[in-house]
Design a protein around this ligand. Structure first.
Ligand code: TXA
Ligand code: MG
Length: 321
């Protein structure tokens, strides 16, 4: 059930988490499905609700730097440069874990992913719990990420009793994930902090291949973020594929095609990439709700946040290849 994020309801949600339950809550990136990150049985409920493979590890959400020190060892000053620049905010950092972190959170890895969200409701919830919250995006594994409480309800209404409403997530794509080792800073997932922003803070950032079929590092799946109806790049379709079909179109700022669409959505009429990222999943949710046969999407220029947007679109279209 969707409930307003009043003080009382945040307390109620925290009690549910402390008691070993799961709760959906807003972050500035996407909505998360949270459980007590130090309680393996509670964390198992997340995997079950999402039907997520357990080899795919979770992010721990924290509200203070003291919490970070309980969870990870920090051997490298670059970590502080990143934290000072981007926390609280859309950056997740993968670091060597301490024993207190359960294996189910890290899928047996010796590292754990940690982030400090900026969203006031996420922050209040973590503080009220007094422990880290393990949370993936609050959607069925492999499908569209939620950027409103209603999106969560659409996919998980029978799996989660409490959905805290925090309006629309304003970043709209997931956090950027970096792993910091003594060899450098490695980008594992493009997201709300762009590569350029990272490079302003760290002199060396290496991008790992984030679009592979059988990832050796998790979080790099080939197919992901897909709407429940087929999605294809407009540049890759032929006439036979679209003939007589109910089509949706997703464009950045204008539709220059001659194709006839039932429904067209624009990510940002001003061509602003921040606005485009905010709207990406919500427009795909709108299109997926409307009984179309196929959604055609225009490729986005891979610059700044455009890299994170294209990463999601490529993975979503891969499902329908
Ligand atoms: O914006 C976000 O980060 C959202 C909100 C809810 O915080 N969360 C999110 O979680 O996107 P999820 O589970 O959908 O994605 C987490 C990614 C996964 O792809 C996982 O493989 C990667 O983080 N990951 C987690 N722990 C890792 C580790 N130790 N090493 C490498 N990748 C890791
Ligand atoms: Mg996800």
């Amino acid at each position: 059930m969707i409930i307003d994020s009043t003080k009382e309801n945040i307390k109620k949600a925290a009690e549910e988490i402390i008691a070993g339950g799961i709760v959906a809550f807003p972050t500035e990136n996407v909505y998360g499905l949270g459980a007590d990150g130090l309680n393996p049985t509670a964390v198992a409920k997340i995997f079950e609700a999402k039907q997520r493979p357990t080899f795919n590890p979770l992010i721990l959400h924290i509200a203070s730097r003291d919490q970070l020190k309980e969870l990870v060892s920090i051997e490298n000053d670059k970590v502080y440069n990143l934290i000072n620049a981007f926390w609280p905010g859309p950056l997740t950092i993968v670091l060597p874990k301490k024993d207190i972190v359960p294996d189910i959170v890290t899928a047996g890895n010796t590292t754990v992913a940690v982030r400090m969200p900026q969203h006031p409701i996420a922050k209040a919830l973590i503080e009220a719990c007094g422990r880290p919250i393990a949370a993936p995006s609050a959607n069925q594994f492999g499908f569209l990420s939620p950027t409103t409480a209603a999106h969560v309800e659409k996919q998980l209404s029978n799996k989660v009793n409490i959905i805290l409403d925090g309006g629309k997530s304003d970043v709209g794509v997931e956090s950027t994930i970096v792993e910091v080792t003594n060899d450098g800073v490695f980008l594992l997932r493009h997201g709300g902090i762009s590569l350029e922003q990272l490079k302003d803070v760290c002199d060396f950032v290496e991008v790992r291949d984030t679009n592979i079929d059988k990832p050796n590092a998790p979080g790099q799946l080939f197919q992901h973020y897909a709407p429940s109806i087929p999605l294809k790049f407009i540049s890759e379709i032929n006439e036979a594929e679209i003939k007589g079909r109910r089509l949706g179109g997703l464009f950045l700022k204008e539709n220059n095609s001659e194709i006839e669409f039932e429904q067209v959505e624009f990510l940002s009429k001003a061509g602003d990439m921040r606005e485009a990222a905010t709207n990406l999943f919500s427009h795909l949710h709108n299109l997926e709700n409307n009984n179309l046969d196929l959604i055609l999407v225009e490729p986005i220029e891979e610059k700044g946040l455009g890299i994170a947007i294209m990463d999601r679109l490529v993975k979503a279209t891969n499902r329908y290849k």
